[in-house]
Design a protein around this ligand. Structure first.
Ligand SMILES: Cc1ncc(COP(=O)(O)O)c(C=O)c1O
Length: 214
């Protein structure tokens, strides 16, 4: 039998919703709301800064520092230190990536070992599941549920994360919990209480795991 060319880790992750829906939208001439097609240009000052950088001479066309250009990481550290409320070191704590996909891919590759479980809150942005699988992990799902079964869901805030349900999925193999806030596709912004409770359950489980290490 001919040797399979592609690695086993990509089996089952060769399809995605973007390819399928883009094709369907083209076939049926539908308005494609699936991906952003901005109908405005970036502001003039951004365009001018971009042109100035491109024209800035050969030093602007070199490999940059792999973790992010020093000017950029310093600005990001200043900005995010204010937001998160603790000191961020520009050279140690920041990695600049090409979009969220690369950041997520690097995060899963560096955190997830073969057999680790990663909890993903449903509904979720489609790339989490294949990225966890490619890292050798097992996705475990926890759905957001309507706040009340009797009432209609009228806003994204009506979808809630049950902390009991989340806790029931955490075990010694759990390596990470993926929480996307604001959530794509629902737009739900996680409540501080939901985040604190997820962090507390995870911390409790980590402690247990450390306790289990022989
Ligand atoms: C929740 C979520 N994760 C990841 C991505 C991918 O982001 P990027 O295009 O920056 O790689 C998107 C893009 O819309 C997103 O909404």
């Amino acid at each position: 039998m001919a040797r399979q060319i592609h690695a086993r880790r990509v089996e089952g992750v060769d399809k995605n919703v973007w390819v399928e829906f883009t094709q369907l939208a083209a076939d049926y001439k539908a308005v494609n709301l699936g991906q952003g097609f901005p109908d405005f240009s970036p502001p003039k000052f951004v365009q001018e800064a971009f042109c100035a950088a491109v024209m800035g001479g050969p030093q602007m066309h070199q490999y940059t520092r792999a973790f992010g250009h020093p000017h950029l990481v310093k600005s990001l550290a200043t900005f995010f230190t204010r937001i998160v409320g603790h000191e961020i070191n520009p050279l140690d704590d920041i990695l600049v990536t090409v979009g969220a996909y690369q950041a997520l891919f690097c995060a899963f590759q560096s955190l997830v070992d073969e057999g680790d479980e990663v909890i993903i809150v449903e509904p979720f942005f489609d790339c989490y599941q294949p990225m966890v699988r490619m890292a050798g992990g097992k996705p475990v799902y926890v759905p957001l549920r309507p706040r009340s079964e009797d009432k209609m869901v009228s806003s994204s805030a009506d979808w809630v994360l049950s902390t009991e349900e989340l806790a029931s999925k955490i075990n010694p193999r759990t390596k990470a919990i993926v929480i996307n806030t604001p959530n794509n596709p629902l737009g739900k912004v996680s409540l501080l209480q939901e985040l604190l409770s997820a962090a507390a359950h995870n911390a409790a489980s980590q402690e247990k795991q450390v306790g289990h290490v022989p």
